[in-house]
Design a protein around this ligand. Structure first.
Ligand code: MN
Length: 745
């Protein structure tokens, strides 16, 4: 047997093949609407008019051959119609609507599903990638029948692979071995799995394949005799014991022998059990009776007995396996199973249509629901549905909570459904996420909150000067791991900002709940919480709240409880403290009323307050006031050049004490200057950083000063000095930036 030889050119006759299919449809004894199937054949023939297969036959012969396989696999009528039409959306002018109009939307959906799978690009990868690829195909298929049609299609393509180029043979065989055979296995379709594996092996290791087939051919007469004798012996004993059974024998499939040679590192002469027997009985008790008899007749090989009846395989395969030593010391494997288990093992999911497993006629446990629980478990579907329609409605939603996308290199990345480019970036590496500045999906720029779809090709744009994640990302990211990585970044990179934000959050939580802010000044109140969280200082606590390590709500509750606890043990002190605090608040509130533009001017209410243009102070900067002539008080920073120069001169008396109000809601305009080595993209990088920090930029101007040097002046609004300091620190980190200075300093 030499399967790799190319058969002589003999164009097949599609009409004759179709006539044969019709005969077999009628002979199947199932209620097919032959007229409908014939109409599908005619549409496929029209659609593929003029297209040829590599063997020179009209293309439609492939569709008919695949439909025959679908029939053999036991698929339903829609699947057979869909198989006849499976290539027409992909390869011809015909559309989903054309098919839906004539055959209904169910068939059109099947064909469209098959077309989508065809578009998935396969690249050979490591095992984990393969598993993701298989899952992606299942997720994309939505309806299990799409996969079944695809397997029928692939089986016929593999059977006729001899006509393809060597490269294509190899690629398709790899894909078959790594994707389609495992899918068939997962769906419990052993027969299709074996054939796919043997066909693929033939192209992946032609020599290894030939060595095995040649050896088997040589040994065949001897093996045949051995199998015939053994079969007769088993049948005799079973019948004598009153166990009705059918004994089947076969040469093991080539790939399983091949795998054994390689996994056990033996050559073919070391693989003894080339034959396998199957004893099919009527009931489960008979399975175990048969097993007992076999072990009585032949010596069992220790450690080779497996009971998949009491513990079915994940794809619900059931049988008892044992290996025994036959005459002349030849070991052989025996599988013992009921007919029901047999059909399930051979045809898997498809067994439903072919054998109507679960019918009362088979004498099995009643109820499709119960019977098909295994498919449901197999597919992990939670869908409820009527017993009779169960299979028809069977959607592959086992991965509805996952989405599968490609990296530009072709890796399949598995993410929770609803995932965004942010999740994708962090799943590749924290550094990719932390340096992300944008995302491209299927060659189009998308927003970071774009929801990834199965099969998307996702590319992440990064920049060394990227500012790092934005707090909004915590809401956009779907996966816990991405959120954790973002939080880690905040924890590490932005302590100052976290402290500030954490304090703000906690204070607003306090206000919301009517808790006094003084609790935060009482070490006795907060130190137990610090200890509990393994923190050192109150700033650590703010930072922790800031990056999301603990919610402000929880922290506030803990602090309040602690304060209440203290109150009972040391009521007077606590009460005193509350009273004092209330007094302080009242005084402050009084003064606040006179704050103008967020500034309190000592001794003066209601004066005009302006911010100097030379140093542009913002809340948090140490400040001082200057009484101008007729223009009210001008506010300067204490490190302002003008203050430092004039404070001791003639104008000394005009400098007065001012302070920031404790409650400030305004933004303040300020300016800073960036000195940098000039380079392409510098201004762009600055703008990107500012943008990512949500800075309210009013103006940004850049100019070159000396050759190779650039000066950029940024005017923007900020809330306070902490924010400003943070923005400046991020700008200073941009490559090429040599110095960032605030105005007036
Ligand atoms: Mn095809």
């Amino acid at each position: 047997m030499d399967d790799t030889s190319i058969k002589p050119y003999t164009p097949l006759d599609p009409d004759a093949m179709y006539a044969e299919l019709e005969t077999r449809l009628e002979a199947s004894g199932r209620n097919f609407d032959i007229g409908r199937i014939r109409a599908a054949y005619n549409m496929a023939k029209r659609a593929h008019e003029g297209q040829k297969r590599k063997d020179g036959s009209p293309y439609v012969t492939h569709c008919v051959a695949a439909a025959q396989i679908a029939l053999d696999m036991g698929l339903d009528e829609d699947s057979i119609v869909g198989t006849l039409l499976h290539d027409i959306i992909e390869d011809t002018e015909f559309t989903h609507d054309d098919i839906a109009r004539e055959f209904g939307s169910a068939v059109a959906d099947l064909v469209e599903g098959v077309s989508k799978l065809t578009l998935v690009q396969y690249t050979s990868k490591e095992d984990e990638q393969m598993e993701n690829m298989r899952k992606m195909l299942l997720a994309m298929a939505k309806d299990i029948r799409v996969i079944l049609i695809k397997i029928a299609d692939r089986l016929h393509n593999m059977r006729t692979m001899a006509y393809q180029s060597t490269d294509k043979q190899r690629l398709k065989s790899l894909e078959t071995m790594e994707i389609y055979a495992p899918l068939a296995h997962r769906l419990g379709m052993q027969r299709a799995k074996w054939e796919l594996e043997d066909l693929a092996l033939q192209y992946l290791d032609p020599e290894g394949y030939r060595e095995i087939t040649n050896t088997i051919a040589e040994k065949m007469p001897q093996l045949e005799e051995f199998m015939e004798n053994t079969k007769n012996r088993i049948e005799e004993v079973m019948h004598a014991e009153g166990i009705p059974c059918t004994v089947q024998h076969r040469i093991k499939h080539i790939y399983s022998i091949y795998r054994k040679m390689y996994s056990q590192k033996v050559d073919l002469s070391g693989v003894f059990d080339l034959c396998a027997f199957r004893v099919i009985v009527d009931s489960i008790p008979d399975c175990y009776n048969a097993l007992g008899l076999l072990h009585y007749m032949f010596k069992p090989v220790p450690g080779r007995f497996k009971d998949y009846i009491s513990t079915p395989k994940p794809n619900m395969y059931q049988s008892v396996h044992t290996t025994v030593i036959g005459t002349e010391g030849i070991p052989f494997e025996v599988q013992i199973r009921t007919w029901d288990m047999h059909y399930t093992a051979e045809y898997g999911v498809a067994a439903h249509w072919k054998y109507k497993i679960g019918d009362s006629a088979t004498g099995l446990k009643s109820g499709d629901e119960e019977k098909f629980a295994w498919i449901r478990r197999l597919l992990e579907t939670q869908q409820e549905s009527d017993a009779g329609d169960f299979i028809h409605d069977l959607k592959v939603d086992m991965f509805s909570d996952e989405v599968f996308v490609f990296s530009p290199k072709g890796d399949v990345i598995n993410l929770p459904s609803g995932a965004t480019p942010i999740d994708f970036a962090y799943s590749i590496h924290s550094d990719i996420g932390n340096h992300m500045i944008g995302a491209v999906v299927n060659s189009r720029i998308v927003n970071l909150n774009y929801v990834l779809q199965n099969g998307d090709v996702v590319e992440i744009r990064t920049s060394k000067s990227a500012p790092g994640p934005n707090r909004d990302w915590l809401n956009i990211a779907k996966s816990g791991s991405a959120r954790t990585k973002i939080k880690q970044w905040f924890k590490r990179e932005r302590r100052d900002e976290n402290i500030m934000r954490g304090r703000e959050m906690l204070e607003s939580e306090f206000k919301h709940n009517g808790i006094t802010l003084d609790l935060l000044e009482n070490e006795a109140v907060y130190s137990p919480l610090l200890t509990k969280l393994s923190l050192q200082t109150i700033d650590d606590l703010y930072a922790c709240i800031g990056y999301g390590g603990i919610t402000a709500t929880r922290a506030a509750h803990r602090l309040r409880d602690e304060a209440a606890h203290l109150g009972t043990s040391d009521r007077k002190t606590a009460l005193d403290k509350v009273n004092e605090a209330a007094e302080r608040r009242e005084q402050q509130a009084k003064r606040e009323q006179h704050a103008i533009n967020g500034v309190l001017v000592e001794g003066i209410d209601n004066c005009l307050v302006k911010f100097s243009r030379c140093c542009m102070p913002v809340p948090g900067d140490p400040i001082v006031g200057f009484i101008t002539r007729g223009q009210g008080v001008s506010i300067h920073r204490k490190d302002c050049r003008n203050y430092l120069n004039q404070s001791a001169g003639d104008n000394e008396a005009r400098w007065i004490k001012v302070s920031w109000a404790s409650q400030i809601t305004n933004s303040y305009v300020t300016t800073f200057t960036i000195a940098a080595r000039d380079r392409n993209g510098l201004v762009m990088d600055i703008a990107t950083v500012l943008n990512s920090l949500n800075a309210k930029v009013r103006t940004l101007s850049a100019r070159t000063t000396a050759p190779g040097e650039a000066l950029t002046v940024v005017t923007l609004e900020v809330k306070n000095a902490t924010d400003l300091k943070y923005i400046i620190s991020r700008i200073a980190a941009i490559p090429g930036v040599t110095n960032v200075t605030r105005a007036g300093g």
